[in-house]
Design a protein around this ligand. Structure first.
Ligand SMILES: Nc1ncnc2c1ncn2[C@@H]1O[C@H](COP(=O)(O)OP(=O)(O)O)[C@@H](O)[C@H]1O
Ligand SMILES: [Mg+2]
Length: 278
């Protein structure tokens, strides 16, 4: 199965504000697409590796994206780089593979050559032949790793925590996106802004949603991700929300988010048979 979309769709989940729900969204979007039979690759380029350890046991990861983008010294003393596919692992979820991160990737923020930021684009270009979706989880800062992800993507999604000043820093992100668009890629599109960690009981959350809706117009997702502790506990047992707590708010909200995402991409979902219309 898989590969019903002629060229896999790469998208970045980004917001350099930490705690905005990027990793939770990247993991449950990827798992949600995989559940619908889309062959999905989750690429973790955050050195904190939270998405990686959500779905993989650390002990099985011998090759990671640090070995791909930074290179390493072989036993014979030669400097080498692993090809991207060597850092890809199957997860326990059918149709979901993961390109593993490692703390060493943080070095890339300091030493990367501007010509190297294109490397992920080339890797993703190849992966698009294999996968229907490539979802990239990014670090909580602006820098070369985020540039790499955006450059490799056709779309980006901004998760925004329902909190005071929800848009703090979003203008800096806009600047980064503008730069990537101008220099490299005209076609990088915002798929939507997603409000996360929403608590219906607080006024602040309602105000945060209004601010996001006013700012992003129809790019604001109608789906809102409510606060749900099951979303916090699922990664600890290497599960997505759909296995961990299928009847929770978290599972309901992320399923709706996956459907809305497919709708925005004009990919029709008809029960379990999926028709790509673009
Ligand atoms: N909808 C939610 N309800 C409750 N907790 C959440 C929700 N979304 C994320 N969290 C928790 O908030 C913290 C930050 O979320 P995370 O997805 O890691 O954000 P980021 O990747 O942007 O730093 C994590 O502990 C996560 O489990
Ligand atoms: Mg994260």
């Amino acid at each position: 199965m898989g590969n019903r979309i002629p060229h896999g769709i790469p998208m970045t989940i980004c917001n350099h504000k930490g705690g905005s729900g990027k990793t939770t969204t990247a993991c449950n979007l990827s798992a949600g697409l995989a559940r619908l039979d889309f062959k999905t690759l989750l690429v973790d380029i955050d050195p904190q590796a939270n998405a990686t350890i959500t779905f993989l046991d650390r002990s099985i990861i011998d090759i990671h994206l640090g070995h791909v983008f930074l290179g390493f010294q072989s036993e014979s003393g030669q400097f080498m780089r692993h090809p991207f596919e060597n850092a890809i692992y199957e997860t326990a979820i059918p149709n979901l593979d993961l390109a593993a991160s490692n703390l060493s990737l943080s070095k890339l923020n300091r030493i990367i050559d501007s010509s190297d930021i294109i490397e992920l684009y080339y890797a993703v270009k190849e992966a698009r032949k294999e996968y229907d979706f490539i979802i990239i989880d990014t670090p909580p800062n602006l820098g070369p790793l985020l540039d790499m992800a955006l450059l490799a993507s056709n779309y980006y999604i901004i998760p925004i925590e329902a909190a005071y000043y929800p848009l703090e820093g979003v203008s800096d992100l806009d600047e980064t996106i503008g730069k990537i668009r101008r220099i490299h890629k005209e076609t990088l599109l915002l798929l939507g802004a997603l409000v996360t960690r929403f608590d219906q009981r607080t006024k602040i959350c309602g105000q945060a949603y209004s601010t996001v809706a006013e700012t992003f117009g129809d790019k604001a997702y109608e789906t809102v991700i409510r606060n749900n502790t099951k979303l916090v506990t699922a990664p600890a047992i290497n599960q997505s929300i759909y296995e961990h707590a299928p009847t929770s708010y978290g599972a309901e909200d992320y399923s709706n988010f996956v459907k809305e995402t497919l709708g925005r991409l004009k990919i029709a979902v008809d029960g379990r048979s999926l028709i790509a219309v673009r």
